[in-house]
Design a protein around this ligand. Structure first.
Ligand code: ADP
Length: 454
């Protein structure tokens, strides 16, 4: 096992990783930007080192400074968390070349699977269904029109190397496609450094269902069931649950098998998530694979009892998986609400600032992963996630009731948050019945605003 891990991240996930390392008896080094000096991850790590100014590109994305920090503090491994450099193949490659262990898959896996066109090709040859679309990148507008006419509108034009819900355009007609093609390529180029785009058929009212997998370096691969992440706004998730109320035993088996097939086909090693889009008839299609720990991993931890971050660290250090597929039993139901510093009534405008009064809920079956404390100043530079409120109960109904009570006891004063919206969703009849798809959040927010304005 490593004796010292540098955590190349901030916020709640840095704390989550510090906890896992401490439990495993591993020392930790936090990195921080100048504005994060007073952050909890800096206080709770064994050591901390400043890697630059507030803007991410100067600090949390500053590969040179991060690698130097790891070497200067005598670390032998780096955990990238999620976001920032977690899916940056160059970073993973440099970590490998410096003889440090990257706690994640190899740079080669990140490169291959981060390219959505390549990932689709792997899925297809492994016999995993993919959404109908272009075979590869689409180079010209004429080619795009030809493919789109064959598939039928609406279609999605997607950045091949995109992520985080960005770089996806919904296109309903040929004229729209002609108008947007160059623009989407330009946006892909400026956001992801690669202008490549491809086409997928747009699936109407789908569910976003993903499967957590764990794969060690000896070819052992297991899945930990699914997460339903269909509650999204602008392709960004904000409520997740496991198991999915939409998935029956048969579909669960099929999704699990498909996820493992894909991981096997690329000899994947580490924790990873295979994302599927599932239509109303329960047909499922591979969408992409995330080669990192995900924000929503706790819901899977709650229903399986597996500490995914600890397993991820052990795998990176050449340990066998602790679990076999047969030993994984889903127990009860878990829900996660992402609490963000955003104002849902104002188009989710970020709301950084000083936390004047903080009260966190607790109790049986309640987990809160957060980096907040009283008088903490939420900086404007980073992701707006403040806390992940997670509940676990024997049934979905009980989990929803528990979530309502937990939200009632969560107080974050001083800034705008989405707490009230989450509370209202927990009372929405469709949500309570488990009947929702990726269009739910848009409709919900629209209604919420109309009601408020009346
Ligand atoms: P990212 O890598 O940016 O997260 P994804 O490819 O995972 O992008 O897609 C993000 C979201 O966009 C999905 O969760 C889903 O809601 C929606 N989406 C993606 N592909 C399709 C599709 N073919 N049809 C309908 N919705 C889609």
């Amino acid at each position: 096992m490593p004796n010292k891990v540098l955590i190349a991240n901030r916020g709640e996930i840095a704390l989550r990783i510090i906890r896992a390392c401490k439990e495993l008896g591993i020392n930790t080094v936090a990195i921080y930007s100048k504005v994060d000096e007073k952050s909890l991850h800096v206080q709770f790590a064994d050591e901390a080192i400043c890697v630059g100014d507030a803007p991410s590109r100067n600090s949390y994305l500053n590969i040179n400074n991060i690698i130097s920090a790891a070497i200067a503090t005598g670390c032998n491994a780096i955990h990238p968390g999620y976001g920032f450099l977690s899916e940056n193949e160059k970073f993973a490659e440099i970590v490998e070349k410096c003889n440090l262990t990257f706690i994640g898959p190899t740079s080669e896996h990140i490169k291959t699977l981060g390219n959505k066109v390549k990932a689709r090709q792997i899925a297809k040859s492994a016999g995993v269904p993919i959404v109908e679309g272009s075979k590869g990148n689409v180079e010209t507008v004429e080619e795009a029109v030809e493919i789109a006419n064959k598939i039928g509108y609406p279609i999605l034009l997607k950045a091949t190397c995109g992520g985080g819900g960005k770089g996806i355009s919904l296109i309903s007609s040929e004229s729209e496609l002609r108008n947007s093609f160059a623009k989407t390529r330009f946006e892909a180029e400026s956001n992801f450094g690669v202008g490549d785009v491809y086409i997928e058929k747009y699936i109407e009212n789908p569910r976003h269902i993903e499967v957590q997998i764990l794969a060690d370096k000896f070819g052992n691969i297991i899945h930990l069931g699914e997460r339903d992440c269909s509650i999204q706004k602008r392709n960004q998730k904000f409520i997740e649950e496991s198991p999915s109320p939409f998935v029956n035993e048969r579909l669960r088996r099929l999704l699990g098998r498909a996820a493992i097939k894909l991981a096997k086909a690329c000899n994947y090693q580490s924790a990873g998530t295979v994302e599927f889009i599932v239509d109303q008839k329960q047909n499922f299609y591979f969408m992409e694979m995330n080669t990192r720990i995900q924000v929503e991993h706790p819901v899977t931890e709650m229903v399986t009892g597996v500490d995914i971050v600890k397993e991820q660290i052990k795998i990176a250090y050449g340990h066998n998986l602790t679990y076999t597929q047969d030993s994984i039993k889903l127990k009860g139901h878990a829900l996660e609400c992402r609490i963000t510093a955003e104002d849902p009534m104002n188009d989710f405008r970020p709301s950084p600032g000083l936390i004047k009064n903080l009260v966190l809920p607790g109790g049986f079956g309640i987990r809160i992963d957060t980096h907040l404390y009283n008088n903490y100043e939420v900086p404007p530079y980073y992701d707006s996630l403040l806390a992940k409120l997670i509940v676990h109960a024997p049934t979905r109904r009980e989990a929803i009731r528990k979530m309502r009570v937990a939200i009632e006891q969560l107080i974050i004063d001083g800034i705008q948050t989405n707490i009230e919206m989450q509370y209202l969703i927990m009372h929405n009849p469709s949500f309570v019945r488990g009947i929702y798809d990726t269009s739910f959040a848009n409709t919900f927010v629209k209604l919420m605003k109309e009601n408020r304005n009346e």
